[in-house]
Design a binder for this molecule. Structure first.
Ligand code: Z5A
Length: 212
């Protein structure tokens, strides 16, 4: 594969979607072919699964939830991610396997290795070249979500302990793979977050920086 897979991770409200859009513009200005996708979603099957996993009226068992995210991911990888990478694009992906490790593995208590195993099967072991982790403090996150003023979906309706566990899991994942993760303070203003993210992508143009 000649493209690059760049994933953006963090709690809801951290600014992932905002950053992905800003990054895409900045990279395109530099002449880099870029595609944007989000999880769960990006292809018809995964968008339908997105509706199911977010539905606040549904009871979804934790194992079923992990498998639904993995199924959506398997379809996205087969239909869009691998073709984009084969095409030489830089793919900016709003969430990927680390979300399942943090939310289902840690937040739901299923275990990191158990969730990693089903995701290795789903993706064929595909790994991001770089992961930008937007780290946000609870107060700033709360303020942003309040300003957004939207009803919480099924996942967002979980309590503080769930999100504390997820934040901690992200820190653990980042510490375990410092060469892949680039951690950014998401409480900074948008332009500073973007600058930090571009710094975090330095070296990716060099083919030696990533195994093809
Ligand atoms: N989930 C899971 O459990 N397991 C998985 O494997 C996967 C996902 C893939 C997907 O929800 C849910 O699925 C998610 C995790 C779970 N649930 N939760 N919680 P989603 O796709 O609907 O949403 P999200 O991924 O959680 O992100 P989000 O809520 O859209 O937030 P965001 O993309 O990180 O933030 P944003 O929309 O860019 O910004 C939020 C607000 O802050 C907005 O008003 C911005 O204008 C503002 N903002 C952004 N950046 C800044 C800065 N720097 N300063 C000030 N204000 C800012």
């Amino acid at each position: 594969m000649s493209g690059r897979l760049i994933t953006v991770e963090g709690l809801d409200g951290a600014g992932k979607t905002t950053l992905v859009k800003g990054l895409a513009s900045a990279l395109r200005e530099r002449g880099q072919p870029v595609e944007i996708l989000r999880e769960p979603g990006g292809v018809v099957l995964a968008e339908r699964l997105r509706t199911i996993v977010k539905d606040p009226d549904l009871f979804v068992d934790a194992r079923a939830e992990a498998l639904l995210y993995a199924a959506a991911r398997a379809q996205l990888v087969a239909e869009r991610v691998r073709p984009a990478l084969a095409n030489g694009s830089w793919l900016l992906l709003d969430r990927f396997v680390d979300s399942s490790l943090a939310y289902q593995g840690s937040g739901r208590g299923l275990g990191l290795e158990e969730v990693r195993a089903i995701n290795d099967f789903a993706t064929g072991g595909l790994k991001p070249d770089r992961t930008l982790l937007l780290r946000i403090d609870p107060a700033t996150r709360k303020q942003r979500l309040t300003e957004r003023d939207e009803a919480p979906d099924r996942i967002e309706a979980a309590g503080h302990a769930f999100f504390d566990a997820i934040a901690q899991a992200y820190d653990t994942l980042a510490a375990a793979e410092p060469e892949r993760f680039y951690v950014i303070d998401a409480a900074q203003e948008r332009s500073r977050v973007l600058t930090a993210a571009l710094e975090g992508l330095q070296g990716l143009s060099d083919p030696a920086a990533s195994a093809d």
